[in-house]
Structure formats: structure tokens, C-alpha cells
Ligand binder design. Structure first.
Ligand code: NAD
Length: 506
């Protein structure tokens, strides 16, 4: 076996659309190959949905919501189902991690961490469903005024290729906890684990039509999902350009819309930072999943007094990063998702240099012939990036770290804030109060102090400004899938007699 082929094949999901509890081919028989970005090899050929399949999936979800048992199933039973799914994910972690690695190119270590998080998300929303409460409102009359929560309805879920099952789970678990039904469309580049979770939901006993999976491209399959009046909520994770389109489509039907979009995430190293920690976390911030993370800390902002010392530590470690196939246990950096994306990332490396930055590490394709068929890029570092160019503002989404310097905390905070896509930021300082003062000034959905990347099912995730609308995870992540309803019961009703009075009435 050539050493570019994985040593084992994971169990593949059924290559089928899932519509109304049935696994089917596309009605017009269309298919698409899903590729391993590390080798370019086809992993599975899957059906490519057309308009008729999308229509059937939406009908199934609508009927399951309007007439099916799920929205009226007791929360305790819904929670038990979510727990069964979590147990099934735990039991199948290794198979799911392999699938995710073959589809995305990310390392097995990262895929395993994703699967662990995904099981936790299902458990968390099982617990939220059990403990969530409504309100009794203090109204001034003899009445009962109650706020109750009901499922929002049919949800169209559209997910990206960088965290296929993780992003899907952040939507599926709270949607099911709330009692919604859904149609999900994963990225056309990474359908495998979404296909498998569809099967797992059915195996766990979810009624037919509650979970529907359609596959295909954004324009042909994603857009019709977002334009259909049968959809009550569109929950989208992906790029800002697509997000804008989806917000426009949602406006047409006044559908609810939740958007998790891109970010330009600064990582701020103040003059008093622990440089061993800051350099270690700077690598973690940008090279996790080859920089293809919405919260990637690709923009390192360093106080000038420590910039040389920090850069030296970073460049030394970058030179030792092990590029490889995701399924090799020693690999630290896998490929990027596709040839088109590789070209885009390399374009930013060239643009940064045109803007005046200096390439101090990487920048090219690895020379090892094993990697010739894959979309690998060396871990790259650029110093001296000007603050006002495109590269300082735009999301690169690849293994590229740019370093800018500043003089004093106030300038660092000002530079870090110069973005409309406030998803996440990091701050490194030994002084907790100093770091917290800076953190409170930054307008980002998450600010990490002396760390980068941790997220938890219990804590909200989302961005300020153009980075999105709404929050996933945490309690707010469940509220996205609920409507609030006011129930009012007059306990001492009397006629008010306002209308149609007789002349002799007082
Ligand atoms: P993308 O916007 O190109 O695609 C995302 C999804 O939208 C895919 O399933 C795609 O097929 C679909 N799509 C494309 N055009 C569509 C249309 N007109 N109508 C409906 N659906 C359409 O994004 P991507 O390249 O897959 O993902 C990378 C982006 O996702 C990055 O910008 C990243 O920052 C962002 N992201 C954000 C978060 C977050 O939590 N904020 C998480 C992960 C990724």
C-alpha cells in the first residue's frame, strides 16, 4: 500500500439523502464525489439533491412538525433521545473521527476532540431541556400571566466544511431539545459525518421526518432552502458573503435567522506577557485545523518591546511543525480543504508581501513528493504587516500568521478593535486586572485571557457586528429554537361593556 493511503477505511455512512425517514437517491440520479483533501482520492460518491428533493424534505419536516408527535413529545423523552445519541457518538467516536479526518483533512487528534465535544453538546441540551422553565408574570389584575416556550417550527440548517459535525451538533441538539423539525444541508465538500448523524438519530428512535438530510451546492440546494416559506428559522454557519444573501432571503418571508459568520480575530500580547505561554498559544491560535477555524487567531498584535523575543520563539517552533496526513498520529498540520482554497490562502501570502510584510517562515507547498496530490501549505509567518492593508482586515482561513507591532496597551486595543467582524480575541498579560480592562474594551463575542480557543456547551458562542446574528451554545443557543408565548387567564372575569351600550346604560 502506498504511504499516501490511510491504513484502514472507516465504516462509511449510507450514500443517500434522508427524507421523511427514508434513505433515497436524488430523484434525477445526480451524484458528487467527496474527496480526501490530503490525497485527492474519492472517499464516497453521494447523491446530489435537486429542487424536487429539497421540496420533499421540506414537506416532510413541515408535516412532522404540524402533525407529528415530536413537538408534543414530553421534554423528558426528548432529553432521553438526546442522551442516547450522545452515548452512540461516544461508542462510535473513533469511526466518526476517521470519517471527519478523511473528509476535512484535519488531524485525528483534532477530530477526536471534536467528537468528544459533540457528545457533550447533546448531553448539555438534554439537561437544558429537562431544567428549562417558563415564567409567571406579575400582572396587576386577578389573573395568571404565563410565559411558555414553544418550538420555533421547521428549521433550515446550513453548515460549513471546517467543522462539519461540530457545527451541525450546535444546531441539531438544541433544535431537537426545543421540539423542532429540520432539514440540514452540510457543505458539499464534507457531507460524511452529517450523513452518519442522520442515521444515528433515526437509530435512536427519532420519528420519521423530524431530521432530513439533503446534499448539494449552495446555489442549487442551499438557496431554495432559505427561500421557502415553509421554513420558520434559518440557522446558518459559513462565510459573510453567503450570510448576507441568506439574511436577504430570510427577510422576504420574515423567517427567523441565526448567522454564525467569519471573524478577523486579533491575538494581543501585552508588554508584560509570559512569552513562553504567549508563543505556544499563538501557534495553537493559528495552526489549529490549518487555520481553517472561524475564531483562528491569525492576526498577532505584539507590544513592540517584546516583539523580537516573541517572534524568535514562534519562528523556532514553526520550523518544527510536522506536516502530514490527518490520520498519521504524529501529524500536527494537515492540508487545507481544496485546491481553490489553497490558491486563495496563497493569494493572501503574496498580498501581504505586496503590502510590505516580510515572509519569515513557510509560504510555499511542502517539497516532500508524498504531499504532491494534496492541498498542503507550509505553516507560514509574516512580520511587519501594515495595520491598514487588506490582509490586516480580511479573514485568511489558512495556516498563515501575520505579526503587527504596537506601542502600549491603548494602541493595541485600538488596532485589535479595527474590525467589523468581532468574533473572538485573545489577550496575554501577567496582570489580571490589566488584561481584564483590555478585555472589557474589546467588542468581540468571546475574549480569551491567557488562552486561545476554548469553548464549552455551557457558554454562548457568536460574534459582534458582521460576524453574525444570535448565539449558539449555552441557554441562548436553546432560545434560538424557541418562540416565547404569553398565556393570559383572567381569574375574575366580568363584562367590560365598552361597546354597543344602550342609551339607558350608565
Ligand atoms: P460558505 O459561506 O461558502 O458555505 C457555507 C455553507 O453555505 C455551505 O453549505 C454552502 O454550500 C452554503 N451556501 C453557499 N451559498 C449559498 C447560498 N446562496 N444559499 C444558501 N447556502 C449557501 O462558507 P465555507 O467556506 O463553507 O465556510 C467557511 C466560513 O465559515 C468562514 O468564513 C468561517 O469563518 C465561517 N465559520 C463560522 C463559524 C462561526 O461559528 N462563526 C464556524 C465555522 C465556520
Amino acid at each position: 500500500m502506498p504511504d499516501t493511503e490511510p491504513p484502514r477505511a472507516p465504516r462509511l455512512p449510507r450514500a443517500a439523502l434522508q427524507i421523511g425517514g427514508r434513505f433515497t437517491e436524488a430523484r434525477d440520479g445526480a451524484t458528487r464525489d467527496t474527496l480526501d483533501p490530503a490525497s485527492g482520492a474519492t472517499v464516497l460518491t453521494v447523491p446530489e439533491a435537486g429542487a424536487a428533493d429539497v421540496d420533499a424534505a421540506l414537506s416532510a419536516a413541515r408535516t412532522a412538525f404540524d402533525d407529528g408527535p415530536w413537538p408534543r413529545t414530553p421534554v423528558q423523552d426528548r432529553a432521553r433521545l438526546l442522551e442516547r445519541v450522545a452515548d452512540a457518538i461516544d461508542a462510535e467516536t473513533e469511526e466518526l473521527a476517521w470519517l471527519e479526518t478523511l473528509d476535512t483533512g484535519k488531524t485525528l487528534v483534532e477530530s477526536r476532540a471534536d467528537m468528544d465535544q459533540i457528545a457533550q453538546v447533546f448531553r448539555y441540551y438534554a439537561a437544558e431541556a429537562r431544567t428549562a422553565r417558563g415564567d409567571v408574570n406579575p400582572v396587576p389584575t386577578d389573573a395568571l400571566s404565563l410565559t411558555v416556550h414553544e418550538p420555533v417550527g421547521v428549521v433550515a440548517m446550513i453548515t460549513p466544511w471546517n467543522y462539519p459535525l461540530l457545527q451541525a451538533s450546535w444546531k441539531i441538539a438544541p433544535a431537537l431539545a426545543a421540539g423542532c423539525t429540520f432539514v440540514i444541508k452540510p457543505s458539499e465538500l464534507t457531507p460524511l459525518t452529517t450523513l452518519r448523524i442522520g442515521e444515528m438519530l433515526q437509530e435512536a428512535g427519532l420519528p420519521d421526518g423530524v431530521a432530513n438530510v439533503v446534499l448539494g451546492g449552495g446555489a442549487a440546494v442551499g438557496a431554495p432552502l432559505t427561500e421557502d416559506p415553509r421554513v420558520d428559522l434559518i440557522s446558518f454557519t459559513g462565510g459573510i458573503v453567503t450570510g448576507r444573501r441568506i439574511a436577504r432571503a430570510a427577510a422576504e418571508n420574515v423567517a427567523r435567522v441565526a448567522l454564525e459568520l467569519g471573524g478577523k480575530n486579533p491575538n494581543l500580547v501585552l508588554a508584560d506577557a509570559d512569552l513562553d505561554l504567549a508563543s505556544d498559544q499563538a501557534l495553537n491560535a493559528v495552526y489549529y485545523h490549518a487555520g481553517q477555524v472561524c475564531s483562528a487567531g491569525s492576526r498577532l498584535l505584539v507590544d513592540r518591546s517584546v516583539a523580537d523575543a516573541l517572534t524568535e520563539r514562534i519562528v523556532d517552533r514553526v520550523g518544527r511543525i510536522r506536516i502530514g496526513f490527518g490520520w498519521e498520529e504524529a501529524t500536527e498540520l494537515g492540508p487545507v480543504i481544496s485546491p481553490e482554497h489553497l490558491e486563495k490562502v496563497q493569494g493572501y501570502v503574496a498580498l501581504a508581501q505586496e503590502e510590505g510584510a516580510t515572509l519569515v517562515a513557510g509560504g510555499g507547498r511542502p517539497s516532500d513528493p508524498r504531499f504532491a496530490q494534496g492541498t498542503f501549505l507550509e505553516p507560514t509567518v509574516l512580520t511587519g504587516l501594515p495595520h491598514d492593508g487588506r490582509v490586516a482586515r480580511e479573514e485568511i482561513f489558512g495556516p498563515v500568521l501575520t505579526i503587527e507591532t504596537f506601542d502600549g496597551d491603548a494602541e493595541g486595543i485600538r488596532l485589535a478593535s479595527a474590525t467589523r467582524t468581532g468574533l473572538a480575541a485573545g489577550i496575554f498579560s501577567r496582570d489580571a486586572a490589566r488584561a481584564m480592562r483590555a478585555a472589557r474594551r474589546l467588542r468581540f463575542g468571546t475574549v480569551w485571557l491567557n488562552d486561545f480557543h476554548p469553548y464549552f456547551p455551557e457558554a454562548p458562542w457568536g460574534g459582534f457586528g458582521e460576524s453574525g446574528i444570535g448565539r449558539e451554545l449555552g441557554r441562548t443557543g436553546l432560545a434560538e429554537y424557541q418562540e416565547e408565548k404569553h398565556l393570559y387567564w383572567n381569574l375574575d372575569p366580568e363584562p367590560v361593556g365598552w361597546f354597543g351600550k344602550r342609551d339607558d346604560d350608565a
